[in-house]
Design a protein around this ligand. Structure first.
Ligand code: 5HY
Length: 243
């Protein structure tokens, strides 16, 4: 089984980290193919960054289709371009936010999300509403860490994250925590040990969900709104998307 993991930002060290995390949890017969867009923001921390990165995600999906991938993972917590990506393939496409929410509700009745910047917390809240998980989530907390601070080995990202998770554990009345950034993928085990409660990150969650769907022969429905886009001419820089 070939799973294409896409880091929608363009920071190679974070792409490598996400790829390593996905490979670590993948089953023996699963091959992880990791990539990032050629163009786009080095980190995704706003609606604008999301919009630009979504085009990069779609270009990676198109490349994956040419390589015959069995499933796709969008490894940014805003799940940028998720529904548009599903229109381009019969294979399952899973966003790490959606995957994290699903697994959290299987191990707890209430969870909190701990993410990066306060300004991106609203994006996670919009996804909770869109996916129907608002009632399961007590709070979306922000550490106010810029995304790329997670790539700074000399920084205090771990301590800041641990402190916010501790407050969630003590104050939110929850049974689990969902980490709100693909760049936090390598911190899960340590946080789980330090907190003594389930900590879920979306990259691993998405790999296991993708493996389940593919092994069940389930893919993106082509009946209804996720059918392939109707062929039409595109002009300008997107002309090669057109018929
Ligand atoms: C992510 N940004 O997972 C999101 C996190 C966020 O570049 N990778 C990013 O803050 O929304």
């Amino acid at each position: 089984m070939r799973i294409h993991v896409i880091n929608p930002n363009t920071t190679a060290s974070m792409t490598d980290k996400i790829g390593a995390c996905a490979s670590r949890v993948a089953a023996g017969n699963t091959q992880i193919h990791i990539s990032q867009p050629d163009s786009g923001p080095v980190s995704i921390e706003s609606h604008f960054d999301e919009a630009i990165s979504a085009v990069g995600v779609l270009e990676e999906i198109r490349r994956g289709e040419a390589m015959g991938m069995d499933a796709y993972i969008i490894a940014c917590f805003g799940d940028p371009g998720l529904l548009a990506a599903r229109e381009l393939t019969r294979a399952p496409v899973i966003g790490i936010a959606e995957a994290g929410f699903h697994l959290a509700t299987l191990v707890s009745t209430r969870f909190s999300v701990v993410t990066t910047l306060q300004r991106t917390a609203i994006i996670a809240e919009h996804l909770l509403d869109q996916y129907g998980f608002r009632d399961h989530c007590r709070r979306v907390r922000a550490t106010d860490l810029p995304v790329l601070e997670l790539e700074n080995p000399a920084g205090n990202a771990y301590q800041a994250l641990l402190e916010e998770c501790r407050q969630a554990k003590d104050d939110d009345g929850i049974g689990a925590i969902v980490l709100g950034c693909g760049g936090m993928a390598d911190l899960t085990e340590r946080l789980t040990l330090d907190l003594g409660m389930p900590v879920i990150e979306g990259v691993s969650a998405a790999v296991k969900l993708a493996e389940s769907l593919v092994s069940l022969g389930l893919g993106t429905s082509k009946h209804g709104d996720l059918a392939f886009p109707r062929p039409k001419p595109f002009v300008g820089r997107f002309a090669d998307w057109g018929e």
